[in-house]
Design a protein around this ligand. Structure first.
Ligand code: AMP
Ligand code: MG
Length: 320
């Protein structure tokens, strides 16, 4: 992986769908253009994450955040942004349709913050796009605080923006504004008391977990379509015109089906399939002609592990 301090180059790579590792206040982040679902899918592939977690979008200005939130005029959003940004406070609120489903794990909300690290900030502003960025480590391994930690663990990163050692800090505080009252989803560097000087906040409790998952990846079923969902390996017969069939790879039976078909990748590319998975489930869910959904199994290797994790969770409540 190329390592250096060329900001223009790093920003161009991000804009064009590549992956850039960069320093933040806490640890090194693995960044992708947050509006490009295929680029975001590559984050999960490179980190070898077995599940898709919702990612935080890092932006360079309140105006850029307003392009992502459905109700940017919400006074609570404005007050929190003014008091705590740039800084380690993440705001979760209803999202605009422009935010890809893979960023939010299919949820109708988006998590956004402006980071305070000067290199992160300059990168995001130069790239001009929101940057999805979890920590730049392999799943389950130590978080990287030095550039060579990133080099040692990850392959498939297009550029490593060298900012020396990061300050080891706590993760960002996450506040959800999706309900009547704001809730604290994750404690962090900014305290509840500090936030309460600005707006009323409650602790999230376990019963909120279905709507506002503290750790969405841990729930057996957190995004699950209301329609019966069946996983298949290869279609034996046409399930009929009331069915929706989602293909992830090639299947010889695909031609001439009466079912509603979504093919996630014409070439069977799993990164591309991952990028469009949630959107396809939503589309089938919203199509009134579709009464039941069939989805194709993929090999559990690389990003296929995360795809199958998500598919199993979506199918869980139907006992498939
Ligand atoms: P990090 O591990 O610091 O990159 O933060 C990612 C965490 O942010 C996820 O594991 C979630 O807990 C939280 N998060 C991101 N997006 C959302 C969302 N739309 N709703 C609730 N929590 C979210
Ligand atoms: Mg994380």
């Amino acid at each position: 992986m190329e390592r250096g301090t060329d900001m223009q180059k790093a920003a161009a790579i991000l804009r064009e769908g590549g992956l850039v590792a960069f320093p933040t206040e806490t640890v090194y982040g693995l960044g992708a253009n947050g509006l490009n679902p295929v680029a975001v899918a590559r984050i999960f592939e490179v980190k070898r994450r077995p599940a898709f977690d919702p990612l935080i979008l890092h932006v360079g200005s309140p105006e850029q955040a307003a392009d992502l939130f459905l109700y940017p005029e919400d006074n609570r959003i404005k007050a929190l942004m003014e008091r705590f940004w740039p800084g380690p406070l993440t705001i979760v609120a209803p999202r605009k349709p422009i935010v890809p489903d893979i960023v939010t794990s299919g949820m109708p909300t988006v998590a956004v913050r402006i980071p305070a690290h000067p290199i992160a900030l300059e990168l995001i502003r130069t790239a001009g796009v929101p940057v999805a960025a979890p920590s730049a480590n392999l799943f389950g391994r130590l978080s990287p605080t030095l550039p060579h930690h990133v080099q040692k663990q990850l392959t498939g990163v297009d550029y490593l923006l060298d900012g020396g050692k990061t300050q080891i800090g706590v993760e960002s505080t996450i506040i959800s504004l999706t309900g009547e009252t704001a809730t604290l989803l994750r404690p962090g560097f900014i305290t509840l008391e500090q936030i309460r000087e600005i707006i009323p906040v409650e602790m999230a409790n376990a019963s909120d977990a279905e709507d506002q998952p503290l750790a969405p990846g841990l729930l057996k079923s957190h995004y699950s379509p209301e329609k019966p969902l069946t996983v298949f390996e290869s279609l034996q017969k046409d399930p009929g015109s009331h069915a929706g069939v989602i293909f992830l790879a090639h299947d010889p039976v695909r031609q001439n089906l009466k079912a509603h078909i979504i093919n996630l990748s014409a070439s069977g590319d799993l990164i591309e399939a991952a990028a469009h998975l949630f959107t396809a489930l939503h589309e089938m869910e919203n199509n009134p002609e579709v009464k039941e959904i069939y989805i194709q199994k993929v090999e559990e290797r690389g990003i296929g592990i995360a795809i199958m994790d998500r598919i199993r969770k979506a199918a869980y409540r139907h006992g498939n």
